[in-house]
Design a protein. Structure first.
Lengths: 287, 527, 387
C-alpha cells in the first residue's frame, strides 16, 4: 500500500490499446455502414469498446478500493472529470450555436430582413417566404408538420429531471453520512427517473414521427430539434447507466463518507445533463 | 495490471522499462509516450510533406502534367489535415509529455493510463483518415476546411474523414485534460504557478484552447454527417439553414486552432533564447499575460477567415479590429525575446539558430497576417497564395522550426548524447535558404492574382511557381539531414553533461542525461 | 561563426530587396480600374510599408544585438529582466499604429459595402464549373465557361503546349459586357456549391452561396478587358472557371444590349435560362446521326468535366456513362437524371442549363456511345413535353 504522499503510477496499461482497436473497428464499421455496408463491424467495435471500459474501470475500482489512490490522485480524477464535462458543454455549444444562428441570422435573411443581399435573397430566390420559428425552410423540406409543444411531455420531462437532481443530491448527502443503504435507495430512484425520462423522450419521438410529421428532414427545425434533444437523450442514457453502476457498486459495499469520487463524478455529470436540458427546454420548446 | 502487482508496487524499486516491443504498447511512462508521439509526428511529417511535394510537382509548370485535378484537391486537403493534426499537434504533445513533468518536478503525468490511450489512438485515427486515399473516389477533396456543401459531395470518404476527426478529437481532448491535471496537480511543492517555465504556461493555455474548441469541431463535422446521411439541413438554405453557418462553427474552432499550433512554440522559444543569451527571460509576467490575451482574443476573431461571405458591415468591422488587436500581445512577446537577447552573451548552437529563424520568419508571417486582417485588403488577398504564404510562414518556420529547435535543445537530455553540431547547423542553413525560396515567392503570385487550391495556372505565374517548387524539393530533402542527425544522436555520440547547455536553467537540467526512466519520484526542492 | 552570420545577413538583405520589388509589376496587386480598387491598392501599399518598417526596425535591433552581444566577442551577460516602462511603451506604440491603420481601412470598407443607387444590376450565378450572367434590367442572360481550346489543352497529358496561349486559362466563350462609368450592382449566388466571383482589377470578390444572394458593386473607369477567376474551392474544376469582363463605353454597351435583347445569344451549346423558348428546333423530328453529332459536342462541353471524355467517369466520384445502368436502362429514368439532376450529389439539374435539343442529343449520345448500344433515341419534343 502506498503512502498517501506518493503518487500512484500504474505500470503497463493493457486496456488503452484494446480501446484504440475497438474505436478503430467501430468507426470503420460505422462509416462503412453509412455507405451502405453491413453493421457487424460496427457492433463488434462497440462491444469491444464496452468490454474494454468494463475491464479498465474494473482495474481502477480495484485499485481505488484497495486504497492505492492518495488524495493527490483523487484530485487528478476530479480535475479530469471537470474538464471533460466542460468539453461536453462545448460540444453542445456547437449545436446551440447552430440553433441561434438559424433563428437570428439565416432565417431572417432568407425572408429578406437584414442588410447586404438579404432583400434580394428573398425577392429573387425565395420570393414570398416569411420567416417564423419554427420553420422548415423556404423549400418546406419534409412537408407540413406540427411543432412539438412544450406541454405535456417536455414539461413532465423537465419535472422528472429536476426531481432526479434532487434525489441524487439526497443520495450524496446519504453517503456523506456514511449511510450506504439510503444512498442506494435514492440512487435507484434517480436511475429510475433517468430511464423514465428516456422513455418519455422515446415516446415523444414516436409522436413526432407518427403524428406530427416532424422528422430529421423537417428543415432546420427538425434538424436542430432532433440533434439537440437526441444528443441530450443520449447523454441522459449514458448518465443513467453510470449512475446504475455506481448504485451497484454501492450495493456491493463500495464508497465511504470520505471516498466516493465515482459517485461524485456521476453526480456532476448528471447535473450537467440536467442543466443542458433546462437550456433545451427554454430554447427548443418554449421560445 | 492486477491488484497484486499494483499492491506490491512501491517507489523503491526503480524498475525501468519492460523489455521487448510491448513496452511501447503498454507503457504508461511519460518519456516513452513522449518519444512515441515525436516519432509518430516525424513519420507523418514525411507523409504530409510527400503530399506537399506532389502538389508542388504539379505546380512546377502550367498545364496539367501529373495528377487529376480531383486528386490534386485531395492532396491539398490531406496535406493540411496530416500536417496540422498529425505533425504539429502530436509533436507538441510529445514535447509536453517529455518536458512538463520534468519541468514542474512531478513524477509523471497525472493520468498515465489515459496518456497511453491518447497516444495509441493517433495511429489508428490516421489509419482511418489515410485509408480514404485508397478508396474508390479517393480521399476528401474539399479542402481541410471541409466547407459545406462541397464536402457533402465527396464520395464514400466523407464518413471516414468525419470519424477520423472525431477519433483524433478524443485523443486531443484526453491529452489536454491530462496536461491540465498534470500542471495543476503534479507540481513539486514550491513550484508556484508564476515560477513555471513558459513552456508549461503556454501548454496550459493551449490545453484549455483544445478542450474548448475540439468539441466544437466535433459538433460541426457531426452536422455535416447528418446533413449528408440523415436528411438534416443545417447547411442548406432550402431547409432554413445556411452553408455559411458551417464556416462560422468551423472557424470558431479553426482560429483558436492556429494558436494551438503556435503557443507551445512560443513556450519553446522562451526556453531557448534565455539559455543561449545566458540571461533570464525578459518580462516573464508579461509573457504569461500576453499568452493569455492571445488565447482570449483568439475566440473572438474567427470570422476574419470569412470576410468575403457577405457578413453585415458591423460584423466585418468588429472582426477586423479584434484581429488587429492580436498583434499587440504577440508584439510584446517578440519584443521580450529581443530584450532577452539584448546585452546577453550569445552563442549560436543549432537550437538558437532555429529559435532565431523562428523569430525572424514568424514575424514576417505575423506581419502578413496583420495585412490580412485589414478587411478591404483581405477581400483581395483572400483565397490567394498570399494567404498560403502567410500561413506557411507562421507554420513552417513557426511551428515546425520550434519543434526542430526543441528537438536539438532537449535531445541530449533524452538520449544522453550530444547531436552532431556541424550537421545540425547545416540542416538549419540549408532548410532556411530553401524555405524562403519555397514560400517567399508565394507572396508575389498571390498578390498578382493566383488563387489557392488550383492545380493549374496562367502563364504569368509560371516563373515564381517553378522557383517555389525547387525550394520545396530542396526543403523537403534537407529534412533528411534532420533524420540523420537524430538517428545518429540516438545511436551514440559525445556524452552529454547534466546541464548540457552553459546557460541552461530549469529543473530538467538538474537530472542526469539521459534522464532516468523515472524522475522526481520524490519531489525536488525548489529555490 | 562570423561567416555564418554574414550568410544570415546576406540572405535577409536579399530577402528584403525582393520584398521591396513587390512594389512593382506582376508581383504586386494590380491598381485596378475602379475607385474602390484604387483605394484598396493604396491601403494595401500603406499597410505593406508600415509592416516593412516595423520589420526592418525589429530585425535591425535584433541583428545589432546578435553582432554586439556575442560571447565570442567577449560580451558579458547583463542581468536585467524587467522594465515596466518599456513594456508599456511597446504595448502602446503598436496600439497607436494599429489605430492609424484601422481608420482608413474602416472608411474603405464602408464604401465597399454601399450598393445603393446602382445603374445596372447583374445577377451572377456560379455553377460547377461555369458562370451564368443575367442582366436584370434587360432580358439578356447566358452562360460563360472556359474557352474550348484552353479546355482541351488543360487536360492531363493533352500534349498541347499551353504556353502558346496568351491568356492561358483566362479566356471564356461568352464575355460579360459592362458599361464604363456606371455603377454596376452584382448579385452573387450559386446553384450547387460555394463559388466566389473575383475580378482583381475591379476589387470585387464575393462568395456565391447557394440559396443566398450577396451584393457587391463596381464602377469601371476605363474601357478594357479585365480577367478574373473563381476564388473559392468548388470541386474538381475550380481552377478552370475564369471570368472575363469587357468594359465598353456607354454607347457601345447600349448597342450591345440592343443586339442581344431580342434574340438571346445562342452559342454552340449554352443558352439562356429559359432555353425552351428560344428553341424552335424542338418541333421537328431529328435523325440519330444528327443527335449523335450534337450530343457529342454537348457532352464534351457540359458533361466531360465529371464523366470524362471517354465516358469512364472517375470511379467513386463520378460514375461511368459507359455501361451505366441508367444510360443503358429505361429511357425515362435516364432523362430524369439529366433533367432534374440527382439531389445531394454533384449531378446538377440541366433543365435550365441546356435546351431541349441539347438534352435530347446528349441523352441519345450517351445511350449510343462509349460502347453503349441501346439503339433508341430521344426527340427534343420529349424533353419539351416535360417543361
Ligand atoms: C500558427 C498559425 C498562425 C498564426 C500564429 C497566425 C497569426 C495571425 N494570422 Fe493567420 N492563418 C493561419 C495560421 C496562423 N495565423 C492559417 C493556417 C490560415 C489559413 C487557413 C485557411 O484558410 O486554410 C490563416 C489565415 C489568416 C487570415 C485569413 C486570410 C484569408 O483567408 O483571407 C487572417 C486574416 O485576418 C489571418 C490573420 C492573422 C493575424 C492577424 C495573426 C497574428 O496573430 C499575427 C501577429 C504577429 C505579428 C503582427 C508580428 C509580430 C508583432 C510585432 C513585431 C509587433 C509590432 C506590430 C504591429 C504594431 C503591427 N490569418
Ligand atoms: C503545419 C502545417 C503545414 C506544414 C508544415 C506545411 C508544409 C508545406 N506545405 Fe502546406 N499547407 C498547410 C499546412 C502546412 N503545410 C495548410 C493548412 C494548407 C491549406 C490546405 C487547404 O487549402 O485546404 C496548406 C496548403 C499548401 C499548399 C497550397 C495548396 C493549394 O492551395 O492547392 C502548398 C503549395 O505549395 C503547400 C506546400 C507546402 C510545402 C512545400 C511544405 C513543406 O514545408 C513540406 C516539407 C516537405 C517534406 C518534409 C517532405 C520530405 C519528403 C521527402 C524528403 C521525400 C520522401 C517522401 C516520402 C517518404 C513520402 N501547402
Ligand atoms: Cu467555382 Cu471555384
Ligand atoms: Cu485565423
Amino acid at each position: 500500500m502506498s503512502s498517501p504522499s506518493s503518487y500512484y503510477i500504474p505500470h503497463e496499461a493493457k486496456w488503452p490499446i484494446v480501446g484504440s482497436i475497438a474505436l478503430f473497428v467501430f468507426f470503420m464499421g460505422f462509416a462503412s455502414f453509412l455507405n451502405g455496408g453491413g453493421w457487424i463491424a460496427m457492433a463488434l467495435g462497440a462491444a469491444l469498446l464496452i468490454y474494454m471500459m468494463v475491464m479498465w474501470f474494473g482495474d481502477v475500482i480495484r485499485e481505488s478500493e484497495s486504497g492505492m489512490y492518495s488524495k493527490q490522485v483523487d484530485v487528478s480524477f476530479r480535475m479530469a472529470m471537470m474538464w471533460f464535462i466542460f468539453s461536453e458543454v462545448m460540444f453542445f455549444a456547437a449545436f446551440f450555436g447552430a440553433l441561434f444562428y438559424a433563428r437570428q441570422f439565416s432565417g431572417p435573411w432568407l425572408s429578406g430582413a437584414g442588410e447586404g443581399g438579404a432583400a434580394a435573397t428573398n425577392a429573387v430566390l425565395w420570393s414570398g417566404w416569411d420567416y417564423a420559428w419554427p420553420n422548415n425552410g423556404p423549400a418546406e423540406l419534409g412537408g407540413e408538420y406540427n411543432k412539438m409543444s412544450w406541454f405535456p411531455l417536455p414539461i413532465m420531462n423537465t419535472m422528472i429531471l429536476l426531481a432526479s437532481g434532487v434525489t441524487v443530491t439526497i443520495a450524496h448527502h446519504a453517503i456523506k453520512e456514511d449511510n450506504r443503504q439510503k444512498m442506494v435507495k435514492w440512487l435507484l430512484a434517480t436511475v429510475a427517473l433517468g430511464f423514465l425520462f428516456v422513455a418519455c423522450q422515446a415516446f415523444e419521438y414516436y409522436e413526432a414521427y407518427a403524428h406530427l410529421n416532424l422528422k430529421m428532414g423537417t428543415g432546420i427545425y427538425g434538424s436542430t430539434f432532433f440533434m439537440l434533444t437526441g444528443f441530450h437523450g443520449f447523454h441522459v442514457t449514458m448518465g443513467a447507466i453510470i449512475l446504475l453502476f455506481v448504485m451497484l457498486r454501492g450495493r456491493k459495499g463500495h464508497f465511504s463518507a470520505t471516498n466516493h469520487f465515482a459517485f461524485e463524478a456521476a453526480a456532476w455529470y448528471w447535473h450537467f445533463v440536467d442543466v443542458v436540458w433546462l437550456g433545451l427546454f427554454i430554447f427548443v420548446y418554449i421560445l | 495490471m492486477s491488484t497484486a502487482t499494483a499492491d506490491h508496487h512501491d517507489h523503491d524499486d526503480h524498475h525501468g522499462p519492460a523489455p521487448g516491443l510491448m513496452r511501447w504498447v503498454y507503457t504508461t511512462n511519460h518519456k516513452d509516450i513522449g518519444t512515441l508521439y515525436l516519432l509518430f509526428a516525424l513519420v507523418m511529417f514525411f507523409i504530409g510533406g510527400g503530399m506537399a511535394l506532389i502538389i508542388r510537382a504539379e505546380l512546377f509548370q502550367p498545364g496539367l502534367q501529373i495528377v487529376d485535378p480531383l486528386f490534386f484537391n485531395s492532396m491539398t486537403t490531406m496535406h493540411a489535415l496530416v500536417m496540422i493534426f498529425g505533425v504539429v499537434m502530436p509533436a507538441f504533445v510529445g514535447l509536453a509529455n517529455w518536458m512538463i513533468p520534468m519541468m514542474i518536478g512531478g513524477p509523471d503525468m497525472a493520468l498515465p493510463r489515459l496518456n497511453n490511450w491518447s497516444f495509441w489512438i493517433m495511429p489508428f485515427a490516421f489509419a482511418v483518415l489515410l485509408s480514404t486515399l485508397f478508396m474508390e473516389g479517393g480521399g476528401p477533396a474539399g479542402g481541410w476546411t471541409l466547407y459545406a456543401p462541397l464536402s457533402l459531395q465527396g464520395g464514400d470518404n466523407l464518413a471516414f474523414v468525419i470519424f477520423a476527426i472525431h477519433f483524433m478529437g478524443i485523443s486531443s481532448v484526453m491529452g489536454s485534460i491530462n496536461i491540465v491535471a498534470t500542471i495543476f496537480n503534479m507540481r513539486a511543492p514550491g513550484m508556484t504557478l508564476m515560477k513555471m517555465p513558459l513552456f508549461v504556461w503556454t501548454w496550459l493555455i493551449t490545453a484549455y484552447l483544445l478542450i474548448a474548441v475540439i468539441p466544437v469541431l466535433a459538433g460541426a463535422v457531426t452536422m455535416l454527417l447528418t446533413d449528408r446521411y440523415f436528411d438534416t439541413s443545417f447547411f442548406s438554405a432550402a431547409g432554413g439553414g445556411d452553408p455559411v453557418m458551417f464556416q462560422h462553427i468551423f472557424w470558431f474552432f479553426g482560429h483558436p486552432e492556429v494558436y494551438i499550433l503556435i503557443l507551445p512554440a512560443f513556450g519553446i522559444i522562451s526556453s531557448i533564447i534565455p539559455t543561449f543569451a545566458r540571461k533570464p527571460l525578459f518580462g516573464y509576467a508579461s509573457m504569461v499575460y500576453a499568452t493569455a490575451s492571445i488565447a482570449f482574443l483568439s475566440f473572438i476573431v474567427w470570422a476574419h477567415h470569412m470576410f468575403t461571405v457577405g457578413m453585415p458591415l458591423a460584423g466585418e468591422m468588429f472582426f477586423m479590429f479584434a484581429t488587429m488587436m492580436i498583434s499587440v500581445p504577440t508584439g510584446v512577446k517578440v519584443f521580450n525575446w529581443i530584450a532577452t537577447m539584448w546585452r546577453g552573451s550569445m552563442t549560436f548552437e543549432t537550437p538558437m539558430l532555429f529559435a532565431i529563424g523562428f523569430l525572424v520568419m514568424f514575424t514576417i508571417g505575423g506581419l502578413s497576417g496583420l495585412m490580412l486582417a485589414i478587411t478591404p485588403a483581405d477581400i483581395q488577398y483572400h483565397d490567394t497564395y498570399f494567404v498560403v504564404a502567410h500561413f506557411h510562414y507562421v507554420l513552417v518556420p513557426g511551428a515546425i522550426y520550434s519543434i526542430m529547435a526543441a528537438t536539438y535543445y532537449w535531445i541530449p537530455k533524452w538520449t544522453g548524447n550530444m547531436y552532431d553540431e556541424k550537421w545540425g547547423k547545416i540542416h538549419f542553413w540549408v532548410s532556411t535558404v530553401f524555405l524562403n525560396v519555397l514560400f517567399f515567392p508565394m507572396h508575389f503570385v498571390g498578390l498578382a492574382g493566383m488563387p489557392r487550391r488550383i492545380p493549374d495556372y496562367s502563364m504569368q505565374f509560371a516563373d515564381w511557381n517553378a522557383v517555389a517548387t525547387i525550394g520545396a524539393f530542396g526543403f523537403g530533402f534537407s529534412q533528411l539531414i534532420f533524420v540523420y542527425v537524430v538517428y545518429k544522436c540516438i545511436k551514440g555520440g559525445e556524452k552529454a553533461t547534466t546541464e548540457v547547455w552553459e546557460g541552461a536553467d530549469g529543473l530538467e537540467w538538474t537530472v542526469p542525461s539521459p534522464a532516468p526512466y523515472h524522475t522526481f519520484e520524490t519531489p525536488p526542492a525548489i529555490r | 561563426m562570423s561567416i555564418v552570420l554574414r550568410w544570415l545577413v546576406t540572405a535577409y538583405a536579399l530577402l528584403f530587396c525582393s520584398l521591396s520589388l513587390a512594389a512593382i509589376g506582376d508581383i504586386n496587386m494590380p491598381v485596378g480600374v475602379t475607385p474602390i480598387s484604387k483605394e484598396v491598392y493604396g491601403l494595401h501599399m500603406m499597410i505593406f510599408w508600415i509592416c516593412c518598417v516595423i520589420g526592418v526596425l525589429v530585425f535591425a535591433v535584433m541583428f545589432y544585438s546578435m553582432f554586439k552581444h556575442r560571447k565570442s566577442k567577449g560580451a558579458k551577460a547583463a542581468d536585467f529582466h524587467e522594465s515596466t516602462v518599456v513594456e508599456i511603451i511597446w504595448t502602446a506604440v503598436p496600439l497607436v499604429i494599429l489605430i492609424a491603420m484601422a481608420i482608413p481601412a474602416a472608411k474603405t470598407l464602408i464604401a465597399m459595402e454601399d450598393t445603393s443607387d446602382a445603374d445596372v444590376t447583374i445577377k451572377v450565378t456560379g455553377y460547377q464549373w461555369k458562370w451564368h450572367y443575367e442582366y436584370l434590367d434587360s432580358e439578356i442572360s447566358f452562360f460563360s465557361s472556359l474557352d474550348a481550346d484552353h479546355n482541351a489543352a488543360r487536360q492531363v497529358g493533352s500534349g498541347i503546349d499551353v504556353s502558346q496561349f496568351d491568356n492561358y486559362l483566362k479566356e471564356v466563350d461568352n464575355e460579360l459586357v459592362l458599361p464604363v462609368g456606371k455603377k454596376i450592382r452584382f448579385l452573387h449566388t450559386a446553384s450547387d456549391v460555394i463559388h466566389s466571383w473575383w475580378v482583381p482589377a475591379l476589387a470585387v470578390k464575393k462568395d456565391a452561396i447557394p440559396g443566398f444572394i450577396n451584393e457587391n458593386w463596381a464602377l469601371i473607369e476605363e474601357p478594357g478587358v479585365y480577367r478574373g477567376k473563381c476564388a473559392e474551392l468548388c470541386g474538381r474544376d475550380h481552377g478552370f472557371m475564369p471570368i472575363v469582363v469587357r468594359a465598353v463605353p456607354e454607347e457601345e454597351y447600349e448597342q450591345w444590349v440592343a443586339e442581344m435583347s431580342p434574340a438571346p445569344m445562342v452559342a454552340e451549346t449554352s443558352e439562356d435560362s429559359a432555353p425552351a423558348a428560344a428553341d424552335g428546333d424542338a418541333e421537328r423530328e431529328w435523325a440519330l446521326a444528327e443527335l449523335m453529332e450534337k450530343g457529342e459536342s454537348v457532352y464534351n462541353t457540359s458533361c466531360a468535366a465529371c464523366h470524362q471524355a471517354n465516358g469512364q467517369g472517375l470511379p467513386g466520384a463520378f460514375p461511368a456513362i459507359a455501361g451505366s445502368p441508367v444510360a443503358t436502362g429505361p429511357v425515362d429514368a435516364h432523362i430524369n437524371v439529366i433533367y432534374a439532376g440527382v439531389s445531394g450529389t454533384a449531378m446538377a439539374a440541366f433543365a435550365n442549363q441546356l435546351s431541349d435539343s441539347d438534352m435530347a442529343a446528349v441523352i441519345t449520345y450517351q445511350r449510343n456511345a462509349f460502347g453503349n448500344t441501346v439503339g433508341d433515341l430521344v426527340q427534343p419534343s420529349a424533353i419539351k413535353a416535360l417543361r
